[in-house]
Ligand binder design. Structure first.
Ligand code: ACM
Ligand code: ZN
Length: 630
C-alpha cells in the first residue's frame, strides 16, 4: 500500500463533503485482541480496493462492494500493488491462530488491510470494519472517515453461534427472514435455526404431501387477541392466517444466508407438536380424534405421530427427502421436545412396536423413531440435531426439568443434542459422547420478558434481562476440557406465540441478541458487562439507522419491596445498567431531573405511588414508571 498525499486529499474532500473523525471503536462481539496504534487513516468516499487471492466475482467481494455502495461509498477494484485504500487478502499461507472464521484487520497510516484464511473470515473482518465506521454511515454520505490506527486479531470461541426463529406460531415472511439474517451476520452469528413445523402451522412446501400446505399451513385468524385469549375456531370458519415458503423463496434464503456465512438449519418437529400434520393427514395419528391446526394456547400439546404405524415412517422419510433437496446444510433439526405420550400408551400399534423392538416403554419408542430418521438422513450425508429430550426421558416424566437418560443406544453418537431445559441435559449428553449446543431457557429464550412485566407488552413469561443473557456461558465454569470440546456453542431462541409482528420480534430480539453474540464469540476473559453496556448504546443507533426496532428494558427500574410493618415497606430500586440515575417522586407528580435522586433503600408508606425517571448518560429514558408500594 503506497502512502498517498493524504493530508491534502482530506482537506480537498473536506471542502466538498462531510468528514467524520472516529474517536472510539465499539465492536460487538468483543474481538480477541484489539490494539490501538499511532496515527489514523482517512477512508475516502470512493475507496480503492485491492483484492488478493480471491476472485472479483466471489460472493464476499460482491457482498462487500454492494454493502459499501449502500453506505454511499463508491468502491473501485484496483490491481494488487497499485495504490489502494483497502486491501482484502485471502492468505496463501494459512494463519493457524485465526482458523476458519477469524481475521486480522489493520488500520494504519497507509491504509486498511483485511486478511483471513477463508472468505468467511474476510466477511467477518468487513463486519468489524463496518462497526468502526460512524453509526449513521448507511444514511449519511461522508467524503472522508478518519479512523484511528489499530490492529485486530479475532476469531470465534465457538463454531456454533446460532439464532432460532419460530415461523409457525406466527408467520414471518421471506423479507423478514432476510432482515433477521442481516442482523445475525452483523454480529457474527453463523447458524440460522429455522423452526418450520409445529402445531400452529406447517411452513415448508411439500409436493409429495400437498395437504400439508392446503390444510396444514393455515388456521383461523385470531392475531388481534393475545395468544392465551384466542377463541377456538367456530364450525365452518375459514382458515385464513398462515402460509408457507415456496421452494424458490427457500433457495433464495439459503443463498442469501450463505453469502453471509450462515448455514440455514431447518427444523421439522417430530413426533410431537404435530397438529398441523394430523389435521392434514389424520391417518398418521394413533386415534380417530379430529385434529385441527392449533390456535392460541394449546397445552399440553397432545398431537403426536403414531410410532407404530409404518406409513408414519414413509411420511417422515419422504418429508426428509424434500428437506434434503431444499437445504444443503450438514444438519437437520428433528425437534423431539415436549412429546406427550398419552396416545402412545393407549395405542395398540405403538404398544406392538414397543414389544417387537424390545423397548422399555414409550420414552424408548421416541428414541427408536428418532434413530430411524437419523439413519435415514445419515444415508444422505446429514446429521440430526434434536432437543435434549432425544436423549430419552426418565419414564413418565415427559417435560420435567432437565432430566435425561445417561446414555441412549438407540440414537447414535453423531446426533447433536440441543440443551434447552438448562445446561444439565447437555452436559449429560456430552458425558455420553454426544456433541451439544447450549440454549438454556434462563439465558437464551428471548421470548421471555426483558423487564418488569407490568411495563412490557404481553410475553410468554420468564424474566431474561440483558444482564441475565450476558451471563450465559455455553461451557459453565468447572466443566472439564474433555466435555468442553463437545460443546459446539450456543444460540438464542425466539418462539413467537406472543410475537405477532416483525416489529415485536425485533423488540424481543434486540439488543439481547448482541449479548448472545458476545457470549458465543468472545473469549470468556474478554467479556466485560460494563464495557458491553456502553457499546450497546452505540449499537442501538446502528440498529435504528438500519430500521430495526429494539427494546430498552435494561433501563426499566426493578423494585424490591419488603414489608416492615402494616404501614411501611422498604423499597430498593435497581436498574441493571451501570451509571444510570433514577429520579423519583412520591407525591403523584411526574419526576424530572430536579426530583429526588435515588441513593439507596428507603422506607415508604405502603400505598405510596412511587414514580421514577431513568437517566443514562444525560439522556432521559422516555417512560416514567409508576409503582404502588405494597
Ligand atoms: C422448547 O422450547 N420447547 C424447545
Ligand atoms: Zn400409535
Amino acid at each position: 500500500m503506497k502512502k498517498i498525499v493524504l493530508a491534502m486529499a482530506v482537506a480537498v474532500l473536506a471542502s466538498c463533503g462531510r468528514v467524520a473523525t472516529v474517536t472510539e471503536y465499539n465492536v460487538v462481539p468483543e474481538p480477541v485482541q484489539m490494539l490501538v496504534g499511532e496515527g489514523s487513516y482517512a477512508l475516502k468516499g470512493s475507496p480503492r480496493i485491492s483484492i488478493e487471492g480471491i476472485g472479483q466475482n466471489s460472493p464476499t467481494v460482491r457482498y462487500i462492494t454492494k454493502s459499501m455502495r449502500s453506505a454511499h461509498m463508491h468502491p473501485s477494484l484496483v490491481e494488487v500493488g497499485s495504490a489502494s485504500d483497502i486491501d482484502l487478502v485471502l492468505n496463501d499461507t494459512v494463519d493457524a491462530t485465526i482458523g476458519d472464521e477469524g481475521y486480522v484487520l489493520e488500520v494504519s497510516t497507509s491504509g486498511i488491510r483485511l486478511a483471513a484464511n477463508t472468505e468467511r473470515g474476510l466477511f467477518y473482518a468487513y463486519q468489524t470494519l463496518v462497526q468502526m465506521l460512524p453509526t449513521d454511515v448507511m444514511k449519511v454520505k461522508y467524503s472522508s472517515i478518519v479512523l484511528p490506527a489499530c490492529r485486530v486479531v479475532d476469531y470465534p470461541r465457538f463454531a456454533w453461534r446460532g439464532a432460532h426463529l419460530d415461523v409457525c406460531r406466527h408467520f414471518f415472511d421471506a423479507k423478514f427472514v432476510k432482515k433477521y439474517l442481516d442482523v445475525m451476520a452483523a454480529y457474527k452469528l453463523n447458524r440460522f435455526h429455522w423452526h418450520l413445523t409445529d402445531d400452529h402451522g406447517w411452513r415448508l412446501p411439500s409436493e409429495r404431501w400437498p395437504r400439508l400446505n392446503s390444510v396444514g399451513s393455515w388456521r383461523v385468524e385470531r392475531s388481534i387477541a393475545t395468544w392465551n385469549e384466542q377463541e377456538p375456531a367456530r364450525e365452518g370458519e375459514r382458515p385464513t392466517y398462515g402460509g408457507f415458503f415456496t421452494r424458490e423463496e427457500i433457495a433464495d434464503i439459503v443463498e442469501y444466508a450463505a453469502e453471509r456465512g450462515i448455514e440455514v438449519v431447518p427444523e421439522v418437529e417430530l413426533p410431537g407438536h404435530s397438529s398441523a400434520i394430523l389435521a392434514s393427514y389424520p391417518q398418521l395419528a394413533c386415534d380417530d380424534t379430529a385434529y385441527a391446526v392449533a390456535l392460541g394456547r394449546y397445552w399440553p400439546p397432545k398431537a403426536i405421530l403414531c410410532a407404530g404405524n409404518d406409513s408414519v415412517l414413509t411420511f417422515l422419510y419422504e418429508v426428509m427427502d424434500e428437506v434434503c433437496e431444499m437445504f444443503p446444510s450438514e444438519y437437520i433439526h428433528i425437534g423431539g421436545d415436549e412429546a406427550w405420550k398419552g396416545n402412545w400408551k393407549r395405542c395398540q400399534k405403538c404398544q406392538r412396536r414397543i414389544r417387537t423392538e424390545h423397548l422399555t416403554g414409550e420414552e424408548q419408542l421416541q428414541s427408536w423413531l428418532v434413530g430411524k430418521v437419523q439413519q435415514y438422513v445419515a444415508g444422505k450425508g446429514k446429521r440430526i440435531i434434536g432437543w435434549d429430550e432425544i436423549m430419552g426421558m426418565k419414564e413418565g416424566r415427559w417435560t420435567s426439568d432437565g432430566e435425561v437418560e445417561e446414555d441412549n443406544p438407540l440414537v447414535s453418537k453423531d446426533a447433536v443434542v440441543m440443551s434447552w431445559r438448562g445446561v444439565q441435559p447437555g452436559l449429560t449428553a456430552a458425558r455420553a459422547g454426544y456433541q451439544v449446543i447450549m440454549c438454556p431457557t434462563k439465558h437464551c429464550y428471548l421470548d421471555y420478558y426483558q423487564a418488569d412485566r407490568r411495563f412490557e407488552p404481553p410475553a410468554i413469561g420468564g424474566y431474561t434481562t440483558m444482564a441475565k443473557v450476558y451471563e450465559f456461558d455455553p461451557v459453565p465454569a468447572g466443566v472439564d476440557s474433555q466435555l468442553e470440546k463437545r460443546v459446539m456453542g450456543g444460540q438464542c431462541n425466539l418462539w413467537t406465540e406472543f410475537i405477532p409482528t416483525s416489529q415485536q420480534a425485533e423488540y424481543m430480539l434486540l439488543p439481547r441478541m448482541l449479548a448472545i453474540s458476545e457470549c458465543v464469540w468472545s473469549p470468556r476473559e474478554k467479556k466485560d458487562w460494563n464495557r458491553f453496556r456502553r457499546k450497546v448504546e452505540e449499537h442501538k443507533d446502528r440498529l435504528r439507522v438500519k430500521g430495526y426496532n429494539y427494546g430498552e428494558g435494561e433501563f426499566t427500574p426493578r423494585l424490591t419491596m419488603r414489608k416492615v410493618n402494616e404501614q411501611t415497606a422498604t423499597v430498593a430500586i435497581n436498574t441493571e445498567v451501570p451509571n444510570t440515575y433514577v429520579f423519583y417522586t412520591t407525591d403523584g407528580s411526574t419526576p424530572t431531573r430536579q426530583s429526588d435522586i435515588y441513593v439507596g433503600p428507603m422506607n415508604l408508606a405502603r400505598g405510596t405511588h412511587l414514580k421514577t425517571l431513568t437517566v443514562y448518560k444525560d439522556v432521559e429514558r422516555d417512560t416514567v414508571y409508576e409503582f404502588i408500594v405494597e
